[in-house]
Design a protein around this ligand. Sequence first.
Ligand code: SF4
Length: 366
Amino acid sequence: MEDHFLSIEQKVSAGERLTREDGLFLLNSNELLRIGTLARLVKQRKTGNKVYFNVNRHINLTNICLSRCKLCAFGCDADASQAYVMEPETALSIARQAVIDSPEMTELHIVSALHPDKPFTYYADIIKQIHLEFPQLHLKAFTAVEIAHFAKIANLSIREVLTVLKDAGLGSMPGGGAEILNDRVRQILCPDKASAAEWLEVARTAHQLGIRSNATMLYGHVETHEERIDHLLTLRTLQDETGGFQAFIPFPFHPDNTGLSDIKRTTAWEDLKMLAVSRLMLDNFDHVKAFWIMLTIPIAQISLGFGIDDLDGTVVEEKILHAAGAKTATGISKQDIIAYIRETGNIPVERDTLYHEVKVYDGSDL
Ligand code: SF4
């Protein structure tokens, strides 16, 4: 046991890539602080003391979904009391209000359920209209699952869908819908949405078209440790091929109001270990993000000592994860994010979606 830990420490010191066995060993170890120290070393090499965040706003166009995945508390049938679908004008007015409320906002994050009837043109037109009115805003929109859905309903190839959206003003893609990229797990969690192969094909095609994306992992449900590590290795392999992923975002499953509500929420111990192991395994990802909405602010803040270099954004109005019982606020102020980062001894850096630095809060602002 100790020998294996020492060999991992030597590999990390030397900047060598960790193997599947190394990853499994770390996930099965309870030496959390030792794993965290190693992950922090890797983070320091990549981004020093900088910790990133952005000023953004989420828009979820609809919660009516034809897939009805067991893992999800957001998607619902059209006749459910909470069902909604926004008209394009509503999405535009939310964007307008967001710009008034937060003139320094750089990003709109737009993801939705898989509406059974809305055509692809509905989504492309919303991107086009928002982009025309607010060309300064980066539109990070549509998960790989949504893109695969658009291709099916519009009878277009993934490449054609992405090209239409890019021409309309799509800037990049979020990393959702990856869950665990394993067919056994997806058969249980989400059999009626994009398969692992389809998710990867969308990401690969997006990267080939110059559309950067993120990648997520939803852990803490029916998956094994082996399947978690294989998920990381699958993403690492695609990143070797395309270099198109910006950030990796691991987050725990929130069971409330889902079809798997008997599963217990992961502990802070497990969350911190998963974040740190992700940092260690994904040597070709520049950023590993703690999505505070899912993790809670206390765990996200502590994760800055466990290899995390990004706290996501101000978000403002998050619906999807709160439907699953996330107890966090639906938004956070920029001043609070800066204070949380500062308290850990790191330097808060406001970034845009593509990690260009907007402002470095190095103390000269105090
Ligand atoms: S996870 Fe996505 S595809 Fe599945 S039910 Fe929820 S909104 Fe629909």
